[in-house]
Design a protein around this ligand. Structure first.
Ligand code: IMP
Length: 185
C-alpha cells in the first residue's frame, strides 16, 4: 500500500522514508556486506514478522549467493515496549555450526530482544554473528551489542510501515512513517 493512501486517511502524521530512499540505502548496505563477506558463505537470519520486507530487498540487492532462514520470537512486554524476556515461537531450520550469520532486523529500539537473540545464536557455534538493521533508535546506542550495518538512525518516535506494525496494521506500507496521535487513542 502506498504511503500517500495512508496519509490521505489521516492515519500517518509524517513520511519518514519513502520506498526509493529505503531501497537505495539497502543497496549501499548490500555493497558493504558483499565486500566484507567476500569468499565466505553467508546465512541471513530474519526475525519474523517485521524483517520480512528488509530481508526481501536486502537479499535481492546482494549480488552473490546467500541462504535465508527465519526465527519467530515473542518478547513479553506491555504495548510498545519490550521487556527482554523472550520465547522462541519458531526456531531456525539451519545448523549454525561454523556458519557466518548475519541477523537482519527491521528496527532496534531498546535492543533487549536483540541482545537475547545474539547470545542465543552465539551459543550454537557459528563462525561469526553480525547484525544488519534498517532502523536504529537512540536508546539502542546504549546497548552492549555491536550493530555492524545500520540503515538509518532515527529519533525516538513510533514508526510504522515496510514491515513495521502497530497492532499488526501498516506492515504493507511501501514506506515508513509516524502515526498520527489519534490512532493511538
Ligand atoms: P527492542 O527489544 O526494544 O529493541 O524491540 C525491538 C522490537 O520492537 C522490534 O523488532 C519491533 O518489533 C518493535 N518496535 C520497536 N520500535 C518500534 C517502532 O517504532 N515501530 C514498530 N515496532 C517497533
Amino acid at each position: 500500500m502506498d504511503l500517500t493512501r495512508a496519509e490521505g486517511d489521516l492515519e500517518l502524521d509524517k513520511t519518514v522514508f519513502n520506498e526509493d530512499e529505503i531501497v537505495a540505502r539497502l543497496r549501499e548496505m548490500a555493497a558493504e556486506i558483499e565486500s566484507d563477506y567476500e569468499g565466505k558463505d553467508l546465512l541471513l537470519v530474519g526475525v519474523l514478522k517485521g524483517a520480512v520486507m528488509v530481508m526481501a530487498d536486502l537479499a535481492r540487492s546482494l549480488d552473490r549467493h546467500v541462504e535465508m532462514d527465519w526465527m519467530a520470537i515473542s518478547s513479553y512486554g506491555s504495548g510498545t515496549k519490550s521487556s527482554g524476556v523472550v520465547r522462541i515461537l519458531k526456531d531456525l531450520d539451519t545448523d549454525l555450526n561454523g556458519r557466518h550469520v548475519l541477523v537482519v532486523e527491521d528496527i532496534i529500539d531498546t535492543g533487549l530482544t536483540l541482545s537475547w537473540l545474539i547470545a542465543n545464536l552465539r551459543s550454537r557455534g557459528p563462525s561469526s554473528v553480525e547484525i544488519a538493521t534498517l532502523l536504529r533508535k537512540p536508546e539502542a546506542l546504549q546497548m552492549d551489542v555491536d550493530v555492524k550495518y545500520v540503515g538509518f538512525d532515527i529519533p525516538n518516535a513510533f514508526v510504522v510501515g515496510y514491515g513495521l506494525d502497530y497492532n499488526e496494521k501498516y506492515r504493507n506500507l511501501r514506506g515508513i512513517g509516524t502515526l498520527s496521535p489519534h490512532v493511538y487513542s
